[in-house]
Design a protein around this ligand. Structure first.
Ligand code: MIC
Ligand code: SF4
Length: 651
């Protein structure tokens, strides 16, 4: 049978069921070849990994990156960095030091390999799909299990084919392609699916451009996105000095897709995602003339050398408009070094760009917040309200070309009108292979030396709290009722104030739901056990398991919603919180904050697979919630979370 590329890679890594891929939606387990973690999720992942009790990671390659917590307003983050470095030395991981760049870009440049599987404790791990990998984001605990040699469990995804034809007009770029997909598919359109790209346009799409698309595929809620491995992939790997890592990979002729999308790149317009959702996409022409106060270029979506060079071509000889602050964070130190060598950096500095660190920086609210009620154009992937650090800022997600043109004009305008495109001024040409830099990567130590490494634990690193077991029956108040599309940023914000507390659950839990309801923490402490009611796509966005861990710590036992985002649902299960989906969505409107609900026979439902029955004792309203868990998830919930399930010998 003709297979999609997704099916081929999954089949070659299939651990369960044996032999053949099951129907879409069934539970599968796959072998993980590579893992990555970053520092904001890494400490919890490695605290869990340490409890597995093995001497060395069992993957082909595991890398620990420092890229999120680099503001370091006090000792806490550097303590975390030192803990993570000592863990990497002790357990045989590569360590990417602070300053080396954003995990996804560095991984693509230095480690990504076509046909391999990658699991990362960051939701943008699917960036690796740009180089032909099945690269999936997950909670830190799942990544810890994979480092210990355990398989990764997921639902057999649908495969959505995206056929790209034509050629991008000058001034229109890869970011506009993924914005177009988001406009059509929405932030929940990709749940349970892999987007697999093909078509004649691929011949002109480089790996960094493809990686922009697979990176922001995370905003579709997709499991991952995937490009074939072809001559463009070979060229990229050659530039990176890793041609030996190349393998040619594509879907079989006649492969069957669950759905097909076609985009003619020649007709694509420059686009923007408007506040406050990555799928609120419109044409730049509809926003033309809007004054801009800030421009930020960078993040794991758009910080490659090609992106910086496109920006340089547009701003060369010009100056950032008065009233605009513009900053740029190169995605990797290698990119920064090359930008310096090729003159790109000089052009950017002359134009007035502030050169920020090679790190996540403003994307996760670590500095460079916009002014109050400011209009910020960002080349990033998320514009959830308040994520920039300024609650009333309007954040638009755009291409580097659109951002650069706005930086010099001071307003949103069509980048195709930039001189660089109207007068055919091309971006500086460069031979990327001139700079390859592994100087800030520390290689794994040989076992004998590794075993002698002492783990360095700072005082902010607190143990991960244990999960309570789920009783057979629970009577709980609805402590919070939320709207649709609540993101993990709403459940557990990031930013300069909160991120340094990622290794300390008691402290970070004080910020739980603080964006939605500042009284939640105190009310949760008073209630000692509660339920959260959510709408559609609950838990979209980041993979941070703190959005499950902190609610668990505060006594949230059940989250009842219309629908979940994939990673967050898995994190809730891993931390023993029962994630329930309403059978009848109209019940949501009948329930209010403050209502008391009883769920009985939880153990029977988890054992037999029957639906859950809930009752509002006040007026006798009875309704059901789906039992849509696979067998392993049910066992994890019965064991009181993944850590306890694993300790009891569960796989
Ligand atoms: C994000 O972009 O929201 C983050 C910060 O990279 C998160 C991870 C985290 O919260 O640490 C993600 O995307 O998973
Ligand atoms: Fe970092 Fe932003 Fe990418 Fe998350 S989305 S990994 S914060 S650059």
């Amino acid at each position: 049978m003709a297979l999609t590329l997704t099916e081929k890679i999954l089949l070659s890594h299939l651990v369960e069921p044996k032999g053949a891929l099951p129907p879409r939606g069934s539970d599968i387990a796959i072998k993980i070849d590579q893992t990555l973690t970053q520092d904001a999720t890494g400490t919890m992942a490695y605290l869990q990994f340490e409890t597995i009790g093995i001497d060395r990671v069992k993957t082909e390659l595991s890398v620990s990156y420092i890229d999120h917590n680099t503001l370091q307003e006090d000792w806490k983050n550097m303590d975390d960095h030192r803990y993570l470095q000592s863990i990497a030395s002790r357990y045989g991981l590569y360590f990417s030091r602070a300053g080396n760049g954003i995990c996804h870009q560095v991984h693509l440049e230095r480690f990504g390999k076509p046909g391999k599987t990658l699991l990362g404790s960051d939701s943008h791990t699917p960036t690796g799909g740009g180089i032909g990998m099945i690269a999936i984001g997950a909670g830190g605990l799942d990544v810890a299990v994979a480092m210990g040699g355990g398989a990764f469990h997921l639902s057999m995804p649908k495969v959505i084919g995206v056929t790209l034809s034509g050629t991008l007009q000058p001034g229109v770029s890869a970011k506009d392609i993924i914005l177009e997909v988001l406009r059509r598919e929405t932030v929940k359109g990709g749940v349970g699916a892999v987007y697999e790209y093909s078509g004649s346009a691929l011949a002109s799409l480089t790996v960094p451009q493809r990686a922009t698309i697979t990176n922001m595929g995370a905003e579709l809620g997709a499991t991952c996105s995937l490009f074939p491995s072809d001559t463009m992939t070979r060229q990229f790997l050659k530039d990176m000095g890793r041609e030996d890592d190349f393998t040619e990979l594509c879907a079989d002729e006649g492969a069957v897709y669950d759905k097909l999308i076609t985009i003619d790149l020649s007709n694509l317009q420059p686009l923007a995602a408007q506040p406050h959702s990555p799928d609120a996409v419109t044409e730049i022409s509809t926003l033309a003339g809007k004054k801009v106060t800030q421009v930020a270029i960078g993040s794991c979506t758009n910080s490659s050398l090609a992106d910086l060079s496109a920006v340089a071509a547009i701003v060369k000889g010009k100056h950032i408009a008065e009233g605009v602050e513009a900053g740029i964070s190169p995605g990797s130190r290698q990119t920064l070094m090359f930008a310096e060598k090729s003159g790109i950096l000089g052009t950017l500095i002359s134009a007035g760009f502030r050169i920020l660190e090679s790190a996540c920086g403003p994307c996760i609210g670590m500095g460079f917040a916009p002014n109050s009620a400011g209009v910020s154009l960002r080349t990033f992937n998320r514009n959830f309200k308040g994520r920039s650090g300024t609650p009333d800022a309007e954040v638009y997600l755009v291409s580097p070309e659109t951002a650069a043109y706005a930086a010099i004009t001071g307003e949103i305008s069509d980048p195709r009108q930039a001189e660089a495109f109207t007068h055919g001024v091309s971006a500086p040409s460069y031979d990327q292979s001139l700079v390859r830099d592994d100087g800030m990567l520390i290689e794994p130590l040989p076992l004998e030396r590794a075993l002698k490494t002492q783990i360095l634990r700072g005082p902010n690193i607190k143990e991960c709290p244990a999960c309570p077991e789920l009783p057979d029956s629970l009577t709980l108040p609805i402590l919070l009722k939320t709207a649709d599309n609540v993101s993990t940023d709403d459940i557990m914000p990031a930013g300069a104030k909160v991120l340094p507390l990622r290794s300390n659950i008691p402290e970070i839990s004080k910020f739980t739901f603080s964006r939605l309801d500042t009284s939640f923490y105190d009310r949760a402490l008073e209630n000692k056990g509660c339920l959260v009611l959510g709408g559609e796509n609950y838990g979209q966005g980041s993979s941070r398991e703190h959005a499950a861990l902190a609610p668990m710590y505060l006594g949230v036992r059940i989250v009842l919603v219309k629908s979940f985002a994939r990673i967050h649902k898995a994190n809730l299960i891993n931390y023993g919180i029962l994630p329930l989906v309403l059978d009848d969505q109209s019940i949501y409107d009948k329930l209010s904050q403050g209502d008391i609900l009883t769920v009985s026979n939880i153990h029977t439902s988890l054992t037999t697979g029957s639906s859950f029955t809930l009752e509002r004792p006040g007026d006798g309203l009875v309704f059901t919630a789906k039992n849509d868990f696979d067998e392993r998830s049910r066992k994890i919930l019965l064991s009181g979370g993944l850590a306890s399930y694993t300790r009891k010998g569960g796989q």
